[in-house]
Each structure stands twice: as structure tokens, then as C-alpha cells.
Design a protein around this ligand. Structure first.
Ligand SMILES: Nc1nc2c(c(=O)[nH]1)N[C@H]1C(S)=C(S)[C@@H](COP(=O)(O)O)O[C@H]1N2
Ligand SMILES: [Mo]
Length: 405
């Protein structure tokens, strides 16, 4: 409404149904002064999301070349919380950034083979940047809401495209560095960087309404609110303000349930009286009932479940040290263990516990949570809980531990 009553020269020309031109857009808000500032925030978010994403990806390798440390126990909880929070914050930032640079889409292509080639290369790189950034945020958001409508592997695709996005960002920043530096060095209201030619009919028009400072304040507020609305899934004291959190960070026995026993198609008969845990090391093996496990020395550890989807919760787990179980079959120190679930299908039905995790005294085959026997959905009769581990590897309904040679 800001241009009501203004001569609106741009509007008259738009009415002729030709595509808009760059100079049809008011430069007041859509200026490098705004784009550079939002871009810095976006770059920080993508940078943090990338680094924490690398941590997450590496932590999920079954046999990482350099072991993932088991301490601090809350490490993955923090890095993955940060990963999802920076991704969420990036959504409004990216929308505003795209809006500010929209006129560039209608920029006339230069004449001459050389300039045309350069302009084309630039457009292709920006298209790659925009597409990969949108892909990262959309797939990440869908993952955090546990919506997987695609056929491809989320983890490997999100990881591969992350490199494309970060590569495109680095290239973009390098190309734009002179503009970025000038824009950031000048006052926010400075118009000398604006892309519209001084003779443009829109210059001087549209001076009312939201100011650049107002737009930036609204942008930071939107990013902050988006984080506040979701971060309660991992930050307990934000639980009550996080109205959009898919997980509240709470659930039966104080911990959310990721996948129920019935969703995982765990046979109810297999978790009853006939349940047995097999611990195998080469020729040696022991078979233990749940009562046998309860008769062993019980330990209690406060450890978080931190899901890749961004929610996490601290639990007080009790059960048997994995190392104590490995000692029953004479497993050497540092031996890795393959953990098998009663769940027959799916990627999490079998996981590998590297040697340093198997040996950590805090790593339990948990039988209880919050002073009660584990609920079926939390992994009854027994589940793995280890420090500083992605939730996906905290295998539930464990029935077999096999020491790797
Ligand atoms: N067998 C099995 N174990 C599993 C899963 C699963 O689907 N199957 N989900 C994992 C995931 S993704 C998470 S985040 C944790 C969640 O544990 P909880 O449901 O007890 O909170 O369990 C892990 N253990
Ligand atoms: Mo998870």
C-alpha cells in the first residue's frame, strides 16, 4: 500500500505484461545493504549447521577411522541441537535473502560472448546455491518432523548436498566480497550500492513504510521466534514456549519415544518370558534371561537420548555395564561389538558399538529408566545407552551382542 497515489511508473509498464526488469523493483529494502547483512547471518547459520552436521555424520559411521570420544556425554546433544536450531533459523533468513535479491533474476543479460558467458556462469552458480540451500532446509525440516516421503536415503543425500551448498556459498561469497565489504562498511541507509540506475523512475518513489532497519529487526525476530518455537524439544526450559516442537522433550518415563515397538514390528512373544540375551565372542557365548541380567551388578547413569531429528532428553538409566557382559565371554579391551535388535527390519535393527564405547564404564545395557523397568517402547527387555552417541545408535530391544574379532 505504500505507493498508493504515487505516480507508479513501474506499475503502468508492468500492466503491459512484459516480464519485470531489475529497475522495476524499489531498491529501498531490496538493497545490498540489507542482503549483505542478512547474508552474514545466513552464512553463520549454514556454517554452524555444516560443522555440526559433519559431527553428526561422522558420529554415525559404524567404524570411524579416528574414534569418536565418549565424553562429554552431552556432546552430541549440544551439536545436534545446534544443528537443528541453526537450520530452523536459516529458513526465515533465506526467505528474506531471496526476497532482497529477487530483482537480480530479472537483470538483463549482457551482450557479447565473453560477458554473456560470465553472466551465465554466475547465474548457474547462484541457481545451484539457491537450489541446494532450499534442499538442505526443506529436507532438514521434514526430517525434524519425522516426515520421510522420499525414496532416497536422507542421511547420505542431506550430507552430499551439504557439500554442494557450502561450496556454492564459498564461491558466492568470494565473488561478492567487494560488494559485501562495501555494503557492510557503509551505513544501512546508504544508497550508493543500490543496483537501480540513478535515472530510474522508481528512485525517490516508495519512501514510506518499513525501513531497512525495520526489515532487519523483523528478520532477526522471525529467526529468533522460529528457534524458540522449536528448540524446547532439546532445551528443557524452553519446552513450554516451543509450540511448534514436534517432540516436547518429554514422554513416558520422562523420555520421548522415537519409534514404538509395534511400529518397529517387534514380536511381543520375543520380549516375554522366553527372552534371552546372547553374548558371543568367537566360540565362547553366554545366554542370559532378563532375571539373569537383573541378578548382575546394577549401575545407574544419567545420560541423554539425543535424536538426529533435534529432540533430546536426559534419562536416568539403570542396568548392566556392557563391559561386564563382555567380560563374561573374555572379550579383549577395545573390542567392538555388533548389537542386534529383536526388530527384524530397518537400518537400526543392527548397530556397531566401537571399542571405546563398549569399554566406557557408563555404557549400559539398560533394563530400567527413571527407577522403573524399561517400558516396551523404550526398548524392554534391554537396550543400549551410551554417552555422546546419536540416538539412532542407542539400539532398543537388544537380544544379541557379538564381539568382533
Ligand atoms: N531397534 C531400534 N532401536 C532404536 C530405534 C529403532 O527404530 N529401532 N530408534 C532409535 C532412535 S532414532 C532413537 S532417537 C532412540 C530413541 O529412543 P527412545 O524411543 O527410547 O526415546 O532409539 C533408537 N533405537
Ligand atoms: Mo532418532
Amino acid at each position: 500500500m505504500t505507493d498508493a497515489g504515487a505516480p507508479a511508473p513501474g506499475r503502468r509498464r508492468l500492466a503491459s505484461l512484459r516480464p519485470p526488469r531489475e529497475e522495476d523493483f524499489s531498491p529501498r529494502l531490496r538493497s545490498p545493504a540489507v542482503a549483505a547483512r542478512v547474508g552474514v547471518a545466513l552464512g553463520v547459520c549454514f556454517g554452524l549447521a555444516f560443522l555440526t552436521g559433519l559431527v553428526s555424520h561422522y558420529s554415525q559411521l559404524p567404524d570411524p577411522p579416528v574414534p569418536v570420544p565418549t565424553s562429554p556425554s552431552w556432546g552430541y546433544r549440544v551439536t545436534q541441537g545446534l544443528h537443528v536450531a541453526t537450520g530452523i533459523a536459516a529458513i526465515p533468513l533465506l526467505l528474506v535473502k531471496l526476497w532482497t535479491v529477487l530483482p537480480r533474476l530479472f537483470q538483463a543479460m549482457p551482450r557479447g560472448v565473453g560477458p554473456l558467458a560470465v553472466a551465465t556462469a554466475e547465474r548457474v552458480s547462484v541457481a545451484l546455491l539457491v537450489a541446494s540451500a532450499i534442499f538442505m532446509l526443506v529436507t532438514g525440516l521434514m526430517n525434524s518432523t519425522q516426515w520421510y516421503p522420499w525414496a532416497f536415503s536422507f542421511r547420505s543425500t542431506h550430507y552430499a548436498v551439504a557439500w554442494v551448498a557450502v561450496g556454492a556459498i564459498v564461491l558466492h561469497v568470494a565473488v561478492k566480497l567487494p560488494v559485501i565489504r562495501t555494503a557492510l562498511g557503509a551505513d544501512l541507509e546508504d544508497t550508493s550500492q543500490d543496483r537501480v540506475p540513478k535515472t530510474s523512475p522508481t528512485r525517490g518513489v516508495d519512501q514510506e513504510g518499513l525501513s531497512r532497519r525495520g526489515l532487519l529487526t523483523a528478520t532477526w525476530t522471525a529467526a529468533g521466534l522460529a528457534v524458540l518455537a522449536t528448540a524446547g524439544a532439546t532445551v528443557p526450559w524452553l519446552r513450554r514456549v516451543s509450540v511448534l516442537g514436534v517432540r516436547s522433550g518429554d514422554g513416558p518415563q520422562g523420555v520421548p519415544i522415537n519409534r514404538t515397538a509395534s511400529a518397529a514390528e517387534v514380536d511381543p512373544a520375543a520380549v516375554g518370558e522366553d527372552y534371552r540375551l546372547e553374548v558371543v565372542h568367537g566360540e565362547q557365548s553366554v545366554t542370559l534371561s532378563r532375571a539373569d541380567l537383573e541378578a548382575m551388578e546394577q549401575r545407574t547413569e544419567a545420560l541423554p537420548i539425543a535424536c538426529v531429528e533435534g529432540w533430546s532428553a536426559q534419562g536416568t538409566w539403570s542396568g548392566v555395564r556392557v563391559r561386564d557382559l563382555l567380560d563374561l565371554v573374555g572379550a579383549p579391551a577395545g573390542a567392538a561389538v555388533v548389537v542386534d535388535s529383536l526388530q527384524q527390519r530397518g537400518a537400526f535393527s543392527s548397530t556397531r558399538l566401537p571399542g571405546n564405547f563398549a569399554d566406557d564404564p557408563r555404557t549400559l545395557l539398560a533394563l530400567g529408566l527413571s527407577g522403573e523397568p524399561l517400558s516396551l517402547d523404550h526398548g524392554y527387555p534391554a537396550r543400549i545407552i551410551a554417552p555422546n552417541r546419536p540416538g539412532v545408535l542407542q539400539t532398543k530391544w537388544v537380544h544379541r551382542l557379538e564381539v568382533q574379532a
